[in-house]
Design a protein around this ligand. Structure first.
Ligand SMILES: C[S@@+](CC[C@H](N)C(=O)[O-])C[C@H]1O[C@@H](n2cnc3c(N)ncnc32)[C@H](O)[C@@H]1O
Length: 233
């Protein structure tokens, strides 16, 4: 009798697990900012150490300035998942137009008030489900690392519309099995000893050229932050 009851409860438990639905990404990301899950800074919105730590940000800005300045005419840039804009604000002057987009409405409202430049616009969109702004170059910095494979796939299907894609991802140091799936949210694939490789399955991003622009190794075996330039045509 008791065994029968246990079997029934186990079955119920499994049904519960199978039906466990992840939060919508918009709600998950809004909660990250509301509850300061990536830490705190001077502003109400804080996109994490990767967006503020000088050892990570300074070399990135240096490399990006050099890349953006190499064009005869400064490129139009779309920053997909622009976050608190501590990084993006240092790049706008090297572009002819800079479009920052993010999924969190309050964050975009804050950025619109805080950062005003002639060539700068912000939009609240979900880069997995919405149409993306037209630009020469997409910057996707520490965004895909937080998204499920299903969402990354949707983003990748639209990246070929940009001539250049500058992708920054937090990955384990040394070799790793790429693209293990996660639920979209605060965390990354690092907890599964994995990281994003857009050229590998299930994404199979087709590119003409791939170049590592920068790799910053973090202290205490916390992995590395890699920036890669993809040329699509
Ligand atoms: C770790 S922050 C990085 C911010 C910025 N790219 C930087 O490097 O400073 C990741 C950002 O991606 C945004 N994001 C996550 N999923 C998104 C989606 N589906 N559409 C648009 N933005 C998204 C989050 O709201 C968050 O602001």
């Amino acid at each position: 009798m008791i065994q029968g009851l246990r079997k029934l409860m186990d079955k119920k438990d499994n049904i519960g697990k199978k039906n466990k639905k992840p939060w919508p990404t918009k709600d998950a990301m809004a909660q990250v900012y509301e509850m300061n899950l990536w830490g705190r800074g001077e502003s109400d919105f804080y996109s994490g150490e990767g967006s503020h730590c000088a050892e990570i940000v300074s070399p990135y800005v240096r490399v990006l300035k050099s890349f953006l300045s190499s064009f005869k005419t400064p490129p139009v840039v779309c920053d997909l998942g622009c976050g608190d804009f501590n990084v993006g604000k240092q790049l706008t002057e090297y572009t002819s137009e800079y479009i920052g987009v993010d999924i969190v409405p309050n964050l975009i409202a804050h950025n619109k008030k805080e950062f005003k430049r002639k060539n700068l616009e912000f939009y609240c969109i979900d880069i997995a489900t919405d149409d993306l702004p037209v630009a020469d170059c997409a910057i996707v910095r520490q965004v895909l690392q937080h998204l499920s494979n299903a969402e990354v796939k949707r983003v990748v299907s639209k990246l070929a519309d940009y001539k250049y894609v500058v992708l920054t991802e937090h990955v384990p140091e040394g070799g790793f099995e790429p693209n293990k799936d996660i639920i979209s949210g605060q965390g990354t694939r690092l907890k599964k000893q994995s990281g994003i490789d857009l050229l590998a399955p299930p994404f199979n991003f087709k590119v003409k050229d791939e170049k590592e622009m920068l790799s910053v190794v973090l202290n205490n075996g916390k992995g590395r932050i890699v920036t890669t330039l993809y040329k699509t045509v």
